[in-house]
Structures are given as structure tokens and as C-alpha cells.
Design a protein around this ligand. Sequence first.
Ligand code: ATP
Ligand code: MG
Length: 358
Amino acid sequence: MPTPKYNIASIPADGIGIEVVAATIKVIEHLAQTLKTFEIEFTHFPWGSDYYKKEGRYLPDDVLDVLRKYDACLFGAVGAPDIPDHISLWGLLLALRGPMQLYANVRPVRPFPGTRVRFAESKPSDIDWVLVRENSEGEYAGQGGRSHLNQPWETATEVAIFTRIGIERIMRFAFETARSRPRKLLTVVTKSNSMRNGMVLWDEIAREVAADYPDVQWDKMLVDAMTVRMVVKPESLDTIVGTNLHMDILSDLAAALAGSIGVAPSSNLDPTRKNPSIFEPVHGSAFDITGKGIANPVATIWSAAEMLRWVGEASAADTLMTALEEVCRKGVLTPDLGGTATTESVATAVCKEIEVIA
Ligand code: ATP
Ligand code: MG
């Protein structure tokens, strides 16, 4: 059988995104060379805030045609100190998520070796979650506007859009995810006591879809009560699904509870596989530490492992995760986790560990 080869679009973009993606590519290329079970080629794209300052836009017009030639995309972070966040975010990442139908944002959350669980009463084993965030609708659908500019009665609306198709597809994805995990537990997060249209539709569709998954045990939570449960009874949760806005907030809480933003990975998936999915660290461009060589590459390396799993290289992904965890367990940690390692030295240590394991 010929060795499978994957073509990956690399979009490091801004700030520490550039540093952590470079470190990750080094590790993945080393993994491929060591295992020899797959080949991988990264093609770099210069899109980001510097490109925007030169070209007046974050992405070229033919970006979708370009990216659809790749098996997946590895993304760094977008954002510059002199550009408002809503311009950079909508200019790059959100501009891709919509047209490419990357409707499932998946974030595994568990304490990583070297991080500590924040809440004193929790044990590391209490937190082992997969957060599934609806990635295409809700308050982030871009619907709304402003009128009566600069008048005292100036009005701004941010319309939360929910569609049956949009809710049903993310709900099925969440039930499938829950079914694939040992505990087969799903919690559906809404706010249907005070939002009586979209959130009630979420509740109804959850009940409908659940009928197809009798083996999955599921329950409903209001988002406010969910913040309490995540802190107080973390062990009662496994797979969690919710809207774009709610899961944006809950996933930051989850990352903080489990340890550190520097280790939190994320996948933007098109579960139909018609478009390449995008894998990226949860953290941003972090200009306070850009250029210092101390950005933690773990979140991006973990994201790349999820990417390998998605394209079909589960065993390579397992090897990579074992190596990554071992390196952190041995204390090769960047300053955000209390260590003195650099981005580069973490990557080098992971490469060495891969050789030991393989
Ligand atoms: P965004 O605008 O997307 O929130 P940001 O640039 O504010 O991005 P965050 O992801 O919010 O960055 O991170 C907040 C802070 O956490 C950063 O300023 C940085 O100090 C620290 N941080 C984030 N990611 C890392 C990392 N990979 N390694 C080390 N420190 C990090
Ligand atoms: Mg921030």
C-alpha cells in the first residue's frame, strides 16, 4: 500500500501564532520522518495583519478555491495591537468558518501534565471533557446593525439566528461525539427560561435527536447554572454542547479550570468533509510575549494531533500525544507553566521523545 500523503495549508498569521506554528510544523515533520507511515507537506500562506496592512484585506478573493485543495489547515492566531479585534477576527477566521461550513468547534479539555487544576477541591481526573461549540449561528452570525448614529437614541442590534438545520447538525455531531466516548454522557446547554425562541428550539431539537441515541445519557442545563456545575461538580460532565456565544464563554472557563490557555487546543470541523477543517490553539496572538521565544507551543501541537486524527492518522496522533505529555511530565515547560523552557526547546524535546517512543 502506498504511504498516504497529506497536504496541509499553514496559516500562522500574527504574533505568537507564527512562533507556535513553526515549532509545531517542525514536530509534525519529524513525526512523519520517524514513523514513515505517512507523508505530510505544509504550504505556507502569509495571510494575517501585516498582509492586511499592505493589501487592505485579510484574505485574497480566491481563498476558498485555494484552501479547498488541502486536506486540512493549521492556523496560528490573528490579531494586532493596532487593529480592533472585531476587524481582525472577522477578516480572517470568521470569514473562513462561515463559507467553509466549519460548523463544529471542538475543544477537548483535560488537565495536562505540568498544569494544575485551579479549583482546590478538584482532582485532575475530575475534568475530562469535550466541548462542542456551534460555530456558525447565534449571536455571531453577523446579523444586526446600527441606526440613528450618534443620536442619544442610537440603536444597535445583534440578532441571534438559529435554524433547524443548524441546530440539528450540531446536535447530531454532539450525540455522535458523546457516543464515541466511554461514558456516553452529553449535557446540552441553553438558556430557554429567558430566551423563548431560539433557545426553546434548541431544547426541542435536543429531545428529537436524543431519540436516535438511546445509548447516550443526556441532560439539559441553563448556561448560568452550568458555570456553577463546571466548578463544583466537574466529574458529572463529559461531552458538552451549546451555542456559539455560550460555548465561547464556557470554553474559556473550562481552559482556566483545567490548567492554562497555553495548552488548550481547538478544531473547526466541517463534519461533512466537503471542506478542509481548521485546527488552531485557543489562545490569541499574545503580543505581550511575541518575539521572546517563550510562547507555549503545546496548544498548537495538541491541535495538530487532532488534525492528524481527523485526516485518518489516529495512531500517529496517539504517538504525538504520548510524547507531548511525557515532555511536560518531565518538566520541560515554558514560563506560563512555571518553567524556563523556550518554544524551541519544547519542540526539540518532543522530537526526541517521539524517537524514544517510535
Ligand atoms: P485574543 O485577543 O484572541 O484574546 P490575546 O492576544 O489577548 O488574544 P489570549 O489568548 O487572550 O491572547 O491570551 C492572554 C494572555 O495569556 C496573553 O497575553 C499571554 O500573556 C498569555 N498566553 C496566551 N497564550 C499563550 C501561550 N501559548 N504561551 C504563553 N502565554 C500565553
Ligand atoms: Mg485576550
